[in-house]
Ligand binder design. Structure first.
Ligand SMILES: Nc1nc2c(ncn2[C@@H]2O[C@H](COP(=O)(O)OP(=O)(O)OP(=O)(O)O)[C@@H](O)[C@H]2O)c(=O)[nH]1
Ligand SMILES: [Mg+2]
Length: 296
C-alpha cells in the first residue's frame, strides 16, 4: 500500500539532506522529486504546490537538516488534508432519522460493494440501515444490491428497470420513515461526465431526496482518472466526502492527497478488500506516517 509515493519521499529526503546548502543542485533535485510525485499519481498542480511550498521554506532558512525536512513535509501534507475538514458519518447519523446518504461514482469503482460494507458498519454500531437500489440503468444492478442484502441480512428497497431513480428514492424515504429506519444508503447508476442525461437524472435525484451527504466513490487504481472524476462530480453535483476503494492493491499512493487538494473535501474511508469488513476510516496520521519516514 502506498509504496511508490513512499519511495519518492524517502529518495528525495536522503538526497536533499546533503544538498540543503547547495542551491543549484537542490533545484534539480526538487524538479526530479516533482516528477517522481507525478509518477506516484500526485496530480500536477498538487505536486507543484508541494515543491513550491518546500522551496519557499528552504529559502526562508527554515529547513537546514534532514529532521527539519521530514518535519516540514509532514506538516505540509497534514495541513493539506486538514484544509478539507473531516466528516464522521457514524457520528452525524445520530442527529437525523433517517440519515440520508447518496453514493456517486462512475461504473465499476465499487459503489455497490461500499454501500453494503457501510450498511454492515452502521448495523454493527446499532443503527437500522436500508439500502436503496436507485440504479435502474444498468442490467443486473438491482440484483447485485439484492444479493448483498441476502448475504448481510440488510433490507433492500428495489425499483424497476427504467423507472425514475428520483421517484424510487422518494418512495424509499417514505418507506424508511414509516418503518423506523435510521440510515438510508442510496445506490445510483455509474455516470460518465459525457452522459448529460445521466447527470441530469442524478441532479433530480438529489433535488428530490435532499440527502444529508453526497458521497463520491472512486477507485484508487484509476489514478489520475479518479482525480478528474472528483473534480467533475464536485462541480456538477457537489461532493461532501470521498471513499477511495481498492487501496489494498494500490501502490502509487498519490490519489487521496490529490483529491483533497483538488476539491478540498475529506477522504472519509478507504476500501481495503472485497469482504464486508474491508472498509476503514481514513486516518491522516496513518497515511502520513506510512508515506514519510517515521523516525522523528
Ligand atoms: N480489492 C478490492 N476490490 C474491491 C473493493 N471495493 C470494491 N471492489 C471490487 O470491485 C468490483 C466492482 O464493485 P461494484 O461494487 O460492483 O462497483 P460499482 O461501482 O457498484 O459498479 P457499477 O454498479 O457497475 O457502476 C467488485 O468486484 C468488488 O468486489 C476494495 O476496496 N478492494
Ligand atoms: Mg453498482
Amino acid at each position: 500500500m502506498f509504496n511508490k509515493i513512499k519511495k519518492a519521499f524517502s529518495k528525495f529526503i536522503e538526497k536533499a539532506s546533503s544538498l540543503l546548502g547547495a542551491r543549484e543542485k537542490l533545484d534539480d533535485l526538487l524538479e526530479d522529486f516533482k516528477f517522481s510525485l507525478i509518477e506516484s499519481d500526485v496530480a500536477f498542480e498538487c505536486a507543484e504546490y508541494i515543491i513550491d511550498s518546500l522551496r519557499e521554506e528552504i529559502e526562508k532558512g527554515n529547513i537546514r537538516n534532514k529532521e527539519q525536512l521530514v518535519r516540514k513535509l509532514k506538516e505540509l501534507i497534514i495541513s493539506m488534508f486538514n484544509e478539507a475538514g473531516s466528516l464522521d458519518l457514524f457520528d452525524e447519523a445520530k442527529n437525523y432519522k433517517p440519515y440520508k446518504l447518496v453514493f456517486l461514482g462512475v461504473n465499476g469503482v465499487g459503489k455497490t460493494t461500499t454501500i453494503a460494507k457501510l450498511a454492515v458498519a452502521f448495523r454493527d454500531r446499532g443503527f437500522k440501515p436500508l439500502m436503496v437500489a436507485a440504479d435502474t440503468f444498468r442490467a443486473g444492478a438491482q440484483e447485485q444490491l439484492k444479493l448483498h442484502g441476502q448475504r448481510t441480512g440488510i433490507p433492500v428497497f428495489m425499483g424497476k428497470y427504467g423507472a425514475d431513480p428520483a421517484a424510487i428514492t422518494f418512495d424509499a424515504i417514505r418507506y424508511a420513515e414509516n418503518r423506523g429506519y435510521d440510515v438510508i444508503l442510496i445506490d445510483t447508476a455509474g455516470r460518465m461526465h459525457t452522459d448529460i442525461d445521466l447527470v441530469n437524472e442524478l441532479k433530480k435525484l438529489v433535488r428530490v431526496s435532499k440527502p444529508h451527504r453526497k458521497i463520491l466513490v472512486v477507485d484508487a487504481l484509476t489514478g489520475n482518472d479518479a482525480i478528474e472524476q472528483a473534480k467533475f462530480f464536485d462541480e456538477y453535483i457537489g461532493v461532501d466526502g470521498v471513499i477511495v476503494t481498492k487501496v489494498d492493491a494500490y501502490e502509487q499512493g498519490g490519489v487521496p492527497l490529490s483529491i483533497v487538494y483538488a476539491i478540498k473535501k475529506p477522504i472519509i474511508m478507504i476500501g481495503v478488500g472485497q469482504e464486508y469488513k474491508d472498509l476503514k476510516p481514513f486516518s491522516i496520521d496513518e497515511f502520513v506516517n506510512k508515506i514519510l519516514p517515521n523516525i522523528y
